[in-house]
Design a binder for this molecule. Structure first.
Ligand SMILES: Nc1ncnc2c1ncn2[C@@H]1O[C@H](COP(=O)(O)OP(=O)(O)OP(=O)(O)O)[C@@H](O)[C@H]1O
Ligand SMILES: [Mg+2]
Length: 257
């Protein structure tokens, strides 16, 4: 994103949801975006997904600059993972994971194999033919991540994907997502209001502030992958945590939903 701004005009007020956003996401990296509620994190995702248009500024994906009408193959580069997995209750886990392929007309043995591989990577072989109602929260969440990967998107946009889970399960899924990412070599934009999660996942973290929604810092995380959960106790990790928490302020972000 180059100097992207987004202004929402409602009947009562003008909201500067994003102001002069410059965001650079290198191919095959994980970029974290962390900031308080209302700082425009989800607005960034909706701009990338072409649900809304910027008020000013440019969005460039590979060599393509967004215009009024965006070709389907650009939008198809993206996969989306949201806070709630919303698996369809009348489909088995396997059918849920395969569902996005059906939507865009990808079929045949090679695409069945993509689904099989994802189920294996997610270690869900034993429950693949069960329905969502009989699966645990963590399995559903993992199913949501794998489903977004079924069409082999180059870029994954994850908006608080594990926000509704407790710390332990969330961090476990973070580590699993890192493992999947290392196997599939995708580009990930990872949005969270949890500072620790942002550092754990990302090669670089953008810190945002609100009113107007803006970037206040860009912090490269100089910790090599593969990362294990125990790094959250490393002095270097704790120093990043202190730095970013100070930037955001004294608010306890974990209490914000
Ligand atoms: N369609 C819209 N019309 C008017 N205002 C909007 C619209 N969408 C978002 N906003 C406003 O833009 C600002 C940014 O919203 P956004 O959803 O991007 O925040 P967020 O950082 O994702 O917050 P959270 O952490 O709570 O998910 C907020 O003030 C929100 O009220
Ligand atoms: Mg949001």
């Amino acid at each position: 994103m180059k100097n992207v701004s987004k202004v929402f005009q409602t009947r009562r007020q003008t909201i500067h949801a994003l102001q002069d956003i410059n965001l650079n996401v290198p191919e095959k990296s994980i970029v974290g975006i962390v900031g308080p509620s209302g700082c425009g994190k989800s607005t960034i995702i909706r701009l990338l997904n072409d649900i809304i248009k910027p008020t000013s500024g440019d969005i460039v994906v590979d060599d393509y600059t967004y215009e009024a009408k965006i070709p389907a193959d650009v939008i198809r580069k993206f996969g989306f993972i949201f806070q709630r997995p919303n698996l369809l209750p009348w489909l088995t886990l396997r059918e849920n994971i395969q569902f996005p392929q059906k939507i865009v007309g990808l079929k045949g043995p090679e695409w069945d194999r993509v689904v099989d591989d994802l189920i294996k990577i997610g270690r869900l072989e034993d429950v693949a033919d069960q329905y969502p109602s009989s699966l645990s929260g963590g399995m559903l969440q993992r199913g949501g991540v794998l489903r977004a990967m079924a069409t082999r998107p180059e870029i994954l946009l994850m908006d608080e994907p594990f926000g509704s889970l407790d710390d332990m399960l969330r961090e476990q899924l973070d580590i699993e997502t890192l493992e999947i990412w290392q196997k599939l070599e995708q580009t990930i934009i990872f949005i969270t209001h949890n500072v620790r999660e942002a550092i754990l996942m990302s090669g670089k973290v953008y810190v945002m502030a609100t009113e107007p929604g803006r970037i206040i810092a860009e912090i490269p995380i100089d910790i090599p992958y593969p990362r294990e959960l125990k790094i959250i106790a490393d002095p270097k990790f704790l120093e990043y945590e202190r730095q970013i928490t100070n930037l955001i302020g004294e608010i306890d972000l974990s209490t914000i939903k």
